[in-house]
Design a protein around this ligand. Structure first.
Ligand code: DGT
Ligand code: CA
Ligand code: CA
Ligand code: ZN
Length: 575
């Protein structure tokens, strides 16, 4: 990811919200929103661009370009600060409710003087919103639902947000003299979909330089605890970071302990006890006499317990200990196994980059093949037509094989209608190399209707992959309700793969659903659903999720050689 771009994206998006909420012109807010998205998806680091370079980004004019320059020169933008000062913190809190936009937040603030989430919940309960213009029972329901989702997330953050913060901190601490090892541990190393706090471990003889450095980082907003063994801070983005420093000889046992999970560690400690040993973050010791038997590397610690090294995403006490003891731990899929991405977009629909840019970026990633799957016509705002998609196909055929021999597949992302129908008839679909099909509407059908809908999509001989199958958005929208066992069985039966969508706010399917689908014999596609060049790198989050679901390369169709993949894509049709 290009991080400075993301920072600017967040800042301009906030500015757009602030304009809307302080009664600014709607077109201005929209202009900033558009520029925010374009900068977020821009492939080059915007902190290196001058005004002229910035103005080449679509939607960025002189005034926005100058704000970006100001931001990188001074760390803030004056007009954003001014707008921030004009609204109470409570209103800014209101717009963090996933289902409440700036417009409604303003009405609530001005008409009812509501300025916090709890005040809003109370007002809904005492039916105070009923008389407001533009608010109905449905709005109340939506807001309550948004508040519930917010509370469920419980202050946990997305995996990608934690990863970016952790990698910065690890890079900083690794530079300090005396650092023998530095890495992140905890749920982040296990690639959980959301992260409570970031745990960082350092191996060094002296701890103070590291503890001090953490408290002094520019991204540190608050020091929660500052000690010799552990220091905790909160970053400017509100993320808690725990740092521990262990002696170099305890690096392996320290990583093993602080990677967790707690449930996994309880199992490893019990095994140790049965072997007459004691396991802690300092090492594995003989119970009698206290002699150290292993601690330098995780490998050594696991080996002494009679276990192979276990990939962190498997460490959840979901059978990995038993499998390890039997020597049957799965060889889980890795990023290196992936030969191509099978769900990606271009600026023909809602992507940000033109076809050539996406294709050349994919080739740089070393892919053997790559599918372009822009949205089909039933997602009306994308304005897709037969002519447009056929023209794209001709262009794809022209580019095929031109980048390091990478093969291109021309596909589409179909919309699964309420009855399981898709955008185009069979004879038109026949022309595509691959069809992803996803639910983008009618999220609230009953369970039976939803199940029928998905099973019908699987039975379509042209549908190869069910995209983001549950359609959940982490912390924002729950998944659709269906009899998933029936859907997964249909996928296995019909040769339809289930997607592991790598977008950090989707990770869909999630780990537990993957485990279930795999038990039905279904196959999977780990895809980024990239809408821009930088987001092709989200693949790592899909891989982490797939590993948590115990997937091996054989389970994942986009690790296969092209010949085998093409066979799968033909489903049961004659060749
Ligand atoms: P999180 O932060 O909620 O996403 O989840 P974790 O797994 O990162 O949990 P955290 O930060 O409380 O602790 C990091 C690891 O340290 C945890 O996975 C296992 C280890 N750990 C922490 N406290 C204990 C404990 O009381 N007992 C054991 N066995 N391990 C612990
Ligand atoms: Ca943690
Ligand atoms: Ca922690
Ligand atoms: Zn989609």
């Amino acid at each position: 990811m290009v991080r400075p771009n993301e920072e600017v994206e967040a800042l301009l998006q906030e500015y757009a919200d602030l304009i809307a909420i302080t009664g600014g012109e709607a077109f201005k807010a929209r202009a900033y929103e558009k520029a925010a998205r374009a900068i977020g998806g821009h492939p080059a680091d915007v902190s290196h661009l001058d005004v002229a370079g910035l103005k080449e980004i679509p939607g960025v004019g002189r005034s926005i370009a100058e704000k970006v320059i100001e931001y990188f020169r001074t760390g803030h933008v004056t007009v954003v600060e001014e707008r921030r000062a004009r609204i109470p913190a409570g209103v800014r809190q209101l717009i963090t409710i996933p289902t409440l936009g700036p417009k409604k937040a303003t009405v609530l603030y001005e008409d009812l003087h509501i300025s916090s989430v709890s005040e809003l919940a109370d007002a809904i309960k005492s039916e105070k919103l009923r008389d407001l213009k533009g608010f109905g029972e449905k709005t109340e329901e939506n807001i309550l639902h948004g508040i519930a989702l917010m509370q469920q997330a419980g202050g946990r953050i997305l995996l990608s947000t934690a990863m970016e913060a952790a990698e910065d901190i690890v890079a900083e601490l690794s530079r300090i003299t005396g650092c023998e090892h530095c890495a992140y541990a905890g749920s982040l190393r296990r690639m959980k979909e959301t992260i409570g706090d970031i745990d960082i471990l350092v191996a060094a003889r002296r701890s103070a330089p590291f503890m001090d450095a953490l408290t002094e980082l520019p991204s540190t907003a608050e020091v929660i605890a500052h000690g010799e063994k552990k220091t905790s801070i909160r970053t400017v983005k509100g993320v808690q970071v725990d740092l521990r420093v262990v002696r170099p000889e305890s690096w392996g046992s320290g990583m093993q302990y602080f990677t967790g999970s707690k449930a996994h560690n309880i199992r490893t400690r019990t095994i140790a006890v049965h072997l007459g040993l004691k396991l802690s973050e300092y090492g594995l010791f003989e119970t009698d006499g206290g002699k150290r038997v292993a601690s330098r590397s995780e490998d050594e610690v696991y080996a002494r317990l009679g276990l192979p090294w276990i990939p962190p995403p498997l460490r959840e006490d979901r059978g990995e200990i038993e499998a390890g003891l039997r020597g049957e731990l799965p060889e889980v899929v890795t990023e290196q196994d992936i030969r191509g991405d099978l769900h990606t977009h271009t600026d023909l629909t809602d992507g940000l980059a033109p076809l050539e840019e996406m294709v050349s970026a994919a080739a740089v990633r070393g892919y053997a093949y790559y599918a372009i799957t822009d949205h089909a016509p039933n997602l009306y705002m994308q304005r897709m037509t037969d002519e447009k998609i056929l023209a794209q196909r001709a262009h794809v055929r022209e580019l095929d094989g031109r980048h390091h021999g990478m093969r291109l597949l021309h596909g589409t992302e179909l919309n699964i209608g309420p009855e399981g129908e898709v955008d185009w008839p069979g004879e038109f679909l026949e022309g595509f190399d691959i069809c992803v099909a996803s639910v983008h509407s009618h999220f609230n059908l009953g369970r039976d209707a939803m199940t029928r809908r998905l099973v019908r999509a699987c039975e379509n001989p042209h549908v190869n992959v069910i995209g983001h199958p549950t359609t959940r958005l982490i912390g924002k929208r729950p998944g659709i309700d269906a009899d998933w066992d029936e859907v997964f069985a249909a996928c296995a039966r019909t040769g339809t793969a289930l997607e592991v969508n790598a977008q950090p706010d989707r990770l869909d399917l999630g780990d537990e659903d993957i485990l279930r689908a795999r038990s039905h014999g279904a196959k999977f596609a780990i895809d980024t659903d990239a809408h821009s060049v930088p987001t092709l790198a989200y693949l790592r989050y899909g891989i982490g999720t797939a590993q948590r679901g115990w997937l091996t390369p054989d389970d994942v169709i986009n690790t296969w050689p092209l010949r085998r993949l093409r066979g799968f894509l033909r489903k049961c049709r004659a060749t």
